[in-house]
Design a protein around this ligand. Structure first.
Ligand code: SF4
Length: 490
């Protein structure tokens, strides 16, 4: 069977959609392309099973729609699998309907967190043939391919039976990841994503996912996070196998790896992995990065990560108001972040924090407090970079359900769930909210910080990361949250 794993290009005046491997969707003015680990694993698994697979990322390839259609025409897939998220689903319904007219024999499947939450919506709103629910795209895509080749259908599949829409029940979570093959990086064009990514100091860089997805499960995980819904159970590969994958990537020429497990494995797994990085000498050849929770590690474990050559470490700060953290089921204390970033920094890591504003229950003073306390972290030298977003209630999350029940949703037009405007009602006027978001980006541009950063330049990589790419990304983010957007969209 001929199978395409595709991201059709979306022509939008808002910028380039950051669709692949992204937890909080945004259109970016300065494009960042993140390697889509899960679709790439799915492509690999299907190819390994003897099928002909084409990787068609029209977004990262910066193709026009016509160029994308020409590529589809040349490859003539029997099946195309497309990942979508909430803000792109309507555009993809239109594209799917167009593709079904142009290529009536090609079957199309949608996958991703949005369609996992609302599978029937896409079946009734477009001519898509299948919706694959759940986050283990490798399992569901291979299952669908085998089904189309004569086997039984996989769990979690929505399909058409004449005019009826049927499904095969709840999807299953894959938890034993040690049997998942290493991604065929060449097949999945890894170099498309190796350079245009503001998080990489050393290029070429790439992504891994040693775990799916986050071990923070108490009370169902953070209420705004859709990844705990798409991966109801946490699974992780072995530390040895993770190290083998790192070794393979080093041979490929990779200089920096970001492991995008929702929260990187902790405890004995983490120590085994770090010791393995040191024993195998990988810490001299590649730089590691990961997502981390602020309450997860000891000071000694941060020191070990430093020795293993971890650099970029990303924390979800979310808010500086404790009652907001409690309400989000974040399970952390505000003080945790201060201690964790200090320990990380002392170990030589470069902490990055993400935070959000626009919670329906937060006052302007509380949101501003997040900005002010983040500034303090910068001034204390505990944080190197940050990302600011407006809180988004994605379907399938506990926050979305809470918002529906509380009447907080301003719209169900998914096109608008792209962080350009608040979707949740807020006591803070839109313009003030966007100004706060911008001020989070500008909070670190103070003379002391600039001098410290310039003084830290030791190499060409430092220069390119701090001065050249860093400046471009900040300018891009400021444009992403520019003043004009509110007046246009609200
Ligand atoms: S810690 Fe991060 S990945 Fe885990 S549930 Fe919370 S937001 Fe999601």
């Amino acid at each position: 069977m001929r199978v395409a794993v595709a991201y059709p290009p979306i022509d939008s005046p808002k910028g380039v959609p950051l669709l692949s491997q992204n937890r909080q969707f945004q259109y970016f003015n300065n494009p960042t392309f993140i390697y889509p680990v899960l679709p790439a694993t799915a492509a690999t698994v299907v190819a390994n099973a003897g099928h002909e697979v084409a990787w068609m990322d029209g977004i990262a390839s910066q193709q026009s729609y016509t160029e994308f259609v020409d590529e589809v025409d040349r490859f003539a897939p029997d099946l195309m699998a497309i990942e979508t998220k909430t803000p792109t689903v309507k555009a993809y319904w239109r594209i799917i309907d167009d593709l079904k007219v142009r290529f009536p024999d090609m079957r199309i499947a949608l996958m991703g967190d949005h369609v996992t939450a609302l599978p029937e919506e896409s079946m009734t709103s477009s001519n898509v043939d299948f919706v694959m629910t759940g986050g283990d795209f490798d399992v569901s895509l291979l299952g669908l391919v085998e089904h189309l080749s004569g086997g039984g259908p996989p769990a979690g599949l929505y399909y058409r039976d004449g005019d009826d829409i049927r499904n095969t029940g709840k999807f299953e979570s894959l938890t034993r990841l040690a049997s998942v093959p290493f991604i065929d990086r060449k097949l999945t064009k890894w170099e498309l994503y190796a350079y245009k990514n503001g998080n990489f100091k050393y290029t070429p860089g790439t992504y891994t996912m040693f775990g799916r997805d986050c071990w923070w499960r108490r009370g169902g995980g953070c209420t705004f996070c859709s990844w705990t819904t798409t991966f109801p159970k946490f699974g992780v590969t072995t530390a040895e196998r993770a190290l083998d994958e790192v070794g393979q990537l080093i041979e490929l020429g990779v200089r920096e790896i970001f492991d995008d497990t929702g929260t990187f494995p902790r405890g004995a797994w983490l120590e085994k992995f770090c010791n393995g990085m040191i024993e195998r000498g990988y810490n001299k050849k590649v730089t590691m990065g990961c997502n981390m929770r602020s309450d997860a590690l000891t000071e000694a474990q941060y020191q070990l990560m430093g020795k293993a050559n971890f650099r970029f470490i990303l924390y979800g700060l979310e808010s500086a108001t404790q009652s907001t953290l409690n309400r989000l089921n974040k399970g952390t204390e505000w003080d945790d972040i201060k201690q964790a970033t200090r320990w990380a920094k002392n170990a030589g890591l470069e902490p990055h924090v993400t935070c959000m504003v626009g919670y329906p229950w937060e006052s302007y003073e509380e949101a501003k407090r997040t900005v002010d306390l983040t500034k303090e972290l910068f001034e204390a030298g505990s944080i190197d970079t940050l990302q600011a977003t407006i809180v988004m209630p994605y379907p399938g999350t506990a926050l979305f359900r809470e918002a529906e029940e509380s009447g907080w949703l301003r719209t169900n037009d998914w096109d608008r769930y792209d962080m350009r405007e608040p979707i949740l009602v807020s006591p803070i006027p839109d313009e003030k909210l966007l100004a706060l978001t911008r001020s989070l980006y500008t909070s670190f541009i103070n003379p002391k910080f600039v001098i410290r950063k310039l003084a830290s330049i030791r190499s060409k990589d430092d220069f390119s990361y701090i001065v050249s790419r860093g400046g471009r990304y900040v300018a891009g983010h400021l444009k992403d949250f520019a003043r004009s957007r509110t007046s246009k969209s609200s």
